[in-house]
Design a protein around this ligand. Structure first.
Ligand code: CP3
Length: 350
């Protein structure tokens, strides 16, 4: 890519395969209920979706962790379930219950969904948040846009809520694979539209969250997790060749290496169960890694958090690497533990 200037922001450097002095750091769910300033805005906003669709407030909560900790990246404040909402499926977030949707369980339900081409108009407030952030973020902070992967979004669409085993979506995928494939195809298109609009509004890198990838057996993983991610990566590459993509196929285990190679994503986000030492040898030669401190170590803090963060840094920190958690921050996290972690990562190699 000789016609292109090397990236200057630390996170983009890591995703371009460059080694950085100390790794860039951001944390999944870095904006959220563990921060008192988030809880205040959240209370004023009304519902969680109202917050997602209020550009000023969504901008504010995206910026809160940047101001407090100086992370290297800001992730747009939104949710993966805005896509089904934009496709016309009723989505609500109930206090203490999580997301609740009118389930889509058969081909009639799938046929009743809106067209993926309508996503851009329906989610205009989300892209306005991205544009505002592009103006307000410090110059060295990378703006990350995101979407859920088709499989993970489908688990909520078919099940109507979160579930420990994703049984409803799995049973539809096993009993009627071609029907389920139609839903996945719609979600591939909708996800490409949604991520493209975020790039057009100013997102500089993208993350695809496949939180439930690990519940699929190999053949279904290939069809419903890997292939859609590869299609999304290819379609985005054709439109925006220089925008890097990170994928988070949580729980992919022994299928992670194949997934990383085949999807062509620049970054692979590791869950807590992946060995940093094995990842260094098997996965880091393929591309940039991200991860993977246990979010509960961030709750516990102290010597145990420091030792396990140091282990990750020693294994992977020589890059290309982005420090993150193995899954999102949980609400009971003491904010001062996050500050300590950020200092520890920034001091690495100094
Ligand atoms: O990371 C960030 O700071 C950006 C914002 C973000 C949210 N959700 C905000 C949110 C991102 C990237 C997500 C992704 C998301 N949403 C995923 C994939 C990643 C993961 O965590 O596994 C999934 C599966 C969802 C769906 C979702 N949204 C669930 C299951 C829930 C309920 C659980 C909970 O924590 O309440 C949400 C709600 C949600 N999304 C909250 C936040 C800050 C909490 C809602 C609130 O403030 O009341």
């Amino acid at each position: 890519m000789s016609d292109r200037k090397a990236p200057e922001k630390k996170l983009l450097k890591a995703l371009a395969g460059e080694k950085t002095d100390s790794p860039p750091i951001w944390l999944m769910r870095q904006a959220g209920r563990y921060l008192p300033e988030y809880r205040k805005v959240r209370a004023e906003a009304g519902s969680f979706l109202d917050l997602c669709y209020s550009p000023k407030l969504a901008e504010e909560v995206t910026l809160q962790p940047i101001r407090r900790y100086g992370f290297d990246a800001a992730i747009l404040f939104s949710d993966i379930l805005v896509v089904p909402d934009a496709l016309g499926q009723k989505v609500a977030f109930k206090e203490g219950e999580g997301p609740v949707l009118d389930p889509v369980t058969d081909s009639a339900g799938i046929a009743a969904l809106g067209s993926p081409s309508g996503v851009k108009a329906a989610l205009a407030p989300v892209y306005e948040t991205v544009s505002r952030l592009k103006q307000s973020l410090p110059a060295d902070v990378t703006l990350i846009g995101f979407a859920g992967a088709p499989w993970t979004v489908a688990t909520y669409m078919v099940g109507g809520r979160g579930s420990p085993d994703q049984a409803a979506a799995k049973l539809l995928a096993y009993r009627e694979p071609d029907t389920f494939q139609k839903l996945i195809d719609i979600l591939v298109e909708a996800t490409v539209e949604h991520l493209s609009a975020q790039v057009e509004a100013g997102a500089e890198a993208l993350q695809i969250f496949d939180t439930w990838a690990g519940s699929l057996p190999e053949l279904s993983f290939e069809r419903f997790a890997l292939k859609p991610a590869r299609a999304i990566r290819a379609k985005l590459k054709a439109r925006f060749p220089h925008v890097p993509v990170i994928a988070f196929p949580r729980g992919a285990g022994g299928m992670a290496e194949h997934y990383f190679r085949e999807t062509g994503v620049e970054g692979l986000s590791l869950d807590t169960g992946v060995s940093p030492l094995v990842a260094r040898d098997r996965l880091q030669p393929i591309g940039c890694l991200q991860g993977n401190l246990d979010p509960l170590l961030l709750v516990a803090g102290g010597a145990e958090m420091r030792a396990q963060a140091a282990h990750i840094l020693e294994a992977l920190g020589h890059g290309p690497f982005i420090f993150n958690l193995g899954h999102g921050i949980v609400p009971q996290t003491p904010p001062e533990h996050v500050g300590e972690l950020v200092r520890l990562v920034k001091d690495f190699g100094a």
